[in-house]
Design a protein around this ligand. Sequence first.
Ligand code: FUB
Length: 586
Amino acid sequence: MQRRRRLLAWVVGIISALALLPATAKADNPIVQHIYTADPAPMLHNGRVYVYTGRDEDGSTTFTMREWRVFSSADMVNWTDHGVPMNLGTFAWADANAWAGHTIARNGKFYWYVPVRRRGGGMAIGVGVSDSPTGPFRDAIGRPLVENGEIDPHAFIDDDGQAYLYWGNPNLWYVRLNADMISFSGSPTKIPLTTAGFGTRTGHPTRPTLYEEAPWVYKRNGLYYMIFAAQCCSEFIAYSTAPSPTGPWTYRGTVMPTQGSSFTNHPGIVDFKGGTYFFYHNGALPGGGGYTRSVAIEKFTYNGDGTIPRLTMTSAGPPPADSLNPYVRQEAETIAWGSGIETEPASEGGMNIGSLQNGDYTKVRNVAFGTGASSFTARVASATTGGTIEVRLGGVTGTVVGRCTVPSTGGWQTWRTVTCPVSGASGNQDVFLRYTGGSGYLFNVNWWQFSSGGSSGDVTSRLRGVGSNRCVDVEKASTALGTTVLLWDCGTGANQQWTTTPSGEFRVFGDRCLDAYNSGTTNGTSVVIWSCNGQDNQKWTMGSDGSIRNVHAGLCLDADGAATANGTRLILWTCNGQDNQKWIRV
Ligand code: FUB
């Protein structure tokens, strides 16, 4: 567990701010509360929205920024912290100013364009690349992609496949990127900053137009939009439109006026699950200001003529774009609002929440319990005496529907699964997980999951492979210990009926469990049946992506070699999101 201590004032500030909120408050903007975040760049990928941000260090008195962060959501209200996929150290030639970047997907890769200060020089733009939207990212070319002392890159790929990079402060530039996204053709071109194109600024000796920085370009109904930070300082958000990605631009007015106690603002817009969302930053958190900013979101609808309505910052943010499924593994760092928490990398992969003290809590919105949950399971670790997770509905003082005791596990990264009964959780609910205990740090939480179903919480179904269309099958319907589990045509036999229990087992034949053979933790470990014994190599979590992860090994149930034929062995393999690791209950 990292022992980062926030300033006392910060803790007190959060607590006092929350104390002022009525119990039913829907104040979930800004979207991240445990660190300061700035310069949002949203990106859609595989049904989730990822937002790439900078990080303002606590107590900053200038733009002290050393790392970038990424968060993702499937509903615009519950955000998962994916940690630090890129920092100044990624770029050996840079030494400061991890400022406003933008990430875009192409060629099965993710390209993250960022401004940084070149060692011994001025601002330059680097490009990170990764195979995953959550990184890690590496320096794609080992030097700046472009370098003219200006900042705030934004990439846009037009319908014809031509990609552009825009950036600039005090000027506004673009260059045509090649299809590899890490080189360009021609020279950077200055976009003429005319008052017709970018509005009129008054009172500045050298900058006649409103354009300041942070260009964000996209295309809608054949029209190109550029949203940007206007005037300085304080900035507001304005926009222009054009018939082509290279102009000519026509100034269209204000998107968001100066508000929110940060003298900068920074825009990003995406359409997601039928809505349009405007990302920005402000200084709304306790201790917040121009150098301690936080990313927030507003939902909006375009006017009938395609113009953007004037938006106002709110503390409520958007309504949920979807519900959250409590019956699959949810990361503890998936949060609508967190009070008193920190996040850190977990030894089992991903992140965990920590620094939990008595009364801290995390809120998760619009959790779809359906007819009801019967148990709650959490993956926990504690180097001290542990404590209790209270499962509450509707508010931090709302009805308690479950209470899980967390024991000492012997270390802050020594993980154990705890389960407790739940009653009274049905329908759609905001869930508050309240962490209680003695003084000091209590425990860490890696993930949690509810179970549903009858009084025991059991659910029985077949498990069909997405890649193969075949079912998880016990070979020859044998009940012998160590019998191989493989793919076979989905049928009606008892050897394909798997019962999920509240503790995370997949039971077959009543008393046999899906088992990682010999508690193996390496790729290729055989998956067999064994008598149910309550050990973690017989516990599994089903992810919202359809993966089934072994709790002990942290590896996923995998059709060996991505084969699809009858008889394909099931093994454990590093979770990779591919179809031979995706399973559907049928
Ligand atoms: O975060 C540092 C700088 O502040 C960004 O590059 C600008 O867009 C402004 O938000």
